[in-house]
Design a protein around this ligand. Structure first.
Ligand code: ZN
Length: 225
């Protein structure tokens, strides 16, 4: 039986320490804030990113994107994944993505987040924050029942949920006012209903767009023209 190390052990890698911190200080089911995370790891500049890396090891951490009851500065530790602090565990399930692989995936994905379509350095709607593109692993279940893990480009926001989302209502209102009357009427209708009904073809497009390149090619090949 392996002893669980202390999260404050600075000899451990940051991702391992973040995992141990979640287990020791937060506990499954509980909420933590960005401020708590920063306080725990004051010397680590990429702590958000290291926390996200845990998702590749089966850890479930929800943001306001997956859990609407959370604010944008909160996350919930939903479930523990692989004990990454044990020897070999951090690498076995998830080999490091090489720089060459990263370049290839970005190129195949047209340098766009496949989930929301934003490009690197573009600003998120209604905010000052520029998008960073990252490579995510996506579990693919094929029609023949086999499954695989493929790489896909995702922006920092789609991968983890909003970090510092600032809604600029004034700018939003101005943009709405600039819409052609017809579009504004459609938007007003969605606002009144409180939701927008996507057509089946739009839903299918969104599902297709988010797939990794290889699977996109297979699917579009299978459909033909
Ligand atoms: Zn995105």
């Amino acid at each position: 039986m392996t002893e669980v190390p202390n999260w404050q052990d600075s000899k451990l890698g940051t991702m391992k320490r973040a995992a141990l911190w979640l287990v020791a200080e937060i506990g499954v089911g509980n909420i933590f804030t960005k401020a708590q995370l920063r306080d725990a790891f004051p010397d680590v500049s990429q702590i958000d990113r290291r926390m996200r890396d845990l998702r590749d090891h089966g850890w479930s951490i929800h943001t306001s994107r997956e859990d609407l009851s959370l604010s944008t500065s909160e996350q919930r530790f939903v479930g523990q994944g692989s004990p990454v602090w044990e020897p070999g565990k951090a690498t076995k399930s998830s080999p490091t993505i090489s720089a060459a692989q990263r370049r290839e995936v970005l190129m195949r994905d047209d340098y766009l987040c496949r989930s929301c379509g934003i490009g690197a350095g573009e600003h998120f709607a209604g905010g000052q924050e520029a998008a960073q593109l990252e490579i995510a692993r996506r579990q693919i279940k094929r029609a023949d029942g086999t499954s695989s893990v493929e790489l896909v480009t995702e922006c920092n926001r789609c991968r983890v949920g909003g970090r510092q989302v600032i809604a600029d209502v004034g700018a939003l209102t101005a943009r709405i006012r600039q819409l052609p009357a017809f579009d504004r009427k459609i938007l007003a209708g969605w606002m009144a209903d409180g939701h927008r009904n996507f057509s089946e073809v739009e839903k299918l497009w969104a599902a297709y767009r988010g797939l990794p390149a290889e699977t996109r090619a297979q699917l579009s090949g299978a459909i033909g023209s």
